[in-house]
Design a protein around this ligand. Structure first.
Ligand SMILES: [Fe+2]
Ligand SMILES: [Fe+2]
Length: 297
């Protein structure tokens, strides 16, 4: 098999997956756990960042790419994600879940390597990376990473697609980076199912504390994003402007917010369409986007 054929096969395999589990699957059951863990494990794309061939860009394209204010944030987000996922994985005893979470964390580590290679190849200057801290409460860290991926991927999918359509990202670069975007789709699918499953595992007396923690995580994520957007974060972390908030201007589009939300909704659905229909889909961001959409033309 030529390497082109095997790359295409791996790409198809990471986007399409049906479980062999028969019939309906009850959320929170052992079968449900097998469903979302196997999805992540079976759709892993074994590409190697070291052998990625970065396309040469013409000067204008290179200028557009290097001036995007996302690179520090992207590298640091992956660095933190990798650590947070690993810290929670250490707590997981179930062998299958542990295997899947190890893969999830490994993919975050690989994202960071891909980004570092990209940054190095195109000569993008980066701020020095801050020290990453292992969260005192690993469950908190894992929830923060999971939910922030749900928010950022939702906008990222739409912005990536519009940058592709306008040619802001040259086609070769879109193709090179595409597997990373699809990996985030698998991650948020995994997280949405994990949290539904996990809730059912908790005894009733731990449920209230857990739900409170989820609310605190959301409050933290909103606060973090407002801080990034205002550039108020003076502690050396996340120096970049927020891509999701300033992204449409940066990628040179005059997309109205309503058009961007529509594109995010379409892309969010399209990217998850190839996976077993019995897996839950992340719903919070799509619902919020549809709600906001109702008040816009
Ligand atoms: Fe990632
Ligand atoms: Fe991820």
């Amino acid at each position: 098999m030529s390497s082109d054929v095997s790359t295409t096969a791996a790409d198809h395999a990471m986007r399409h997956w049906l479980s062999e589990e028969p019939g309906q699957i009850e959320i929170g059951s052992e079968a449900h756990k097998r469903l979302f863990c196997r999805m992540l494990l079976d759709t892993h794309n074994p590409y190697k960042p070291a052998v990625i061939v970065w396309p040469e860009l013409d000067p204008a394209a290179l200028q557009r790419i290097t001036s995007l204010p996302i690179w520090d944030i992207a590298v640091q987000t992956e660095g933190r994600a990798q650590l947070r996922v690993a810290a929670y994985t250490d707590r997981v005893n179930d062998p299958l879940l542990r295997e899947a979470m190890t893969m999830d964390g490994g993919e975050e580590a690989r994202h960071k390597v891909v980004l570092s290679k990209l940054v190095e190849f195109y000569g993008i200057p980066l701020a020095p990376e801050p020290a990453y801290h292992i969260p005192k409460d690993p469950e908190w860290g894992w929830l923060v990473t999971g939910y922030s991926e749900c928010i950022d991927s939702f906008f990222g999918f739409g912005l990536f697609e519009s940058a592709k359509r306008t040619g802001y990202f040259p086609e070769e670069l879109v193709e090179t980076f595409e597997p990373v975007m699809q990996e985030e789709t698998r991650h948020i699918l995994f997280f949405a199912n994990w949290i539904a499953w996990y809730r059912r595992q908790l005894p009733w007396w731990r449920r209230a504390a857990f739900e409170l923690k989820v609310v605190r995580v959301w409050a933290y994520l909103i606060w973090e994003r407002i801080g990034i957007a205002r550039g108020l974060d003076g502690n050396g972390e996340m120096q970049d402007a927020n891509f999701a908030l300033t992204g449409t201007k940066q990628i040179g589009l005059d997309l109205k917010l309503s058009e961007l939300l529509d594109l995010c909704l379409v892309e969010d659905e399209r990217r998850a369409a190839g996976y077993d229909k019995r897996l839950l889909r992340p719903t919070f961001m799509p619902r919020l986007a549809r709600l906001v959409r109702r008040f816009m033309r």
